[in-house]
Write a protein of this length. Structure first.
Length: 74
């Protein structure tokens, strides 16, 4: 595996130090270790999966959920 999506922000700094080249996706600038900032409806690939970031401002204004599809749209 060459990419990892981290959904919760706790512990990211330590993981980034332990795994060279680790990709950390998030929407808020305060997410520790984040190196890929995403916006609403932005798509990116994780291996063969397509991930879409969806803005869902709930407990924080920059909260996002991720919709994940395989090559078959599932």
């Amino acid at each position: 595996m060459t990419e990892v999506v981290i959904i919760c922000s706790g512990g990211n700094h330590k993981l980034v130090q332990m795994v060279k080249g680790l990709d950390v996706y998030g929407a808020e600038s305060g997410i520790g270790g984040m190196n890929h900032r995403v916006k609403h409806q932005e798509k990116f690939k994780v291996g063969s999966l397509t991930v879409t970031a969806l803005s869902t401002p709930c407990h924080t204004s920059g909260h996002v959920c991720y919709y994940v599809e395989n090559d078959h749209g599932m």
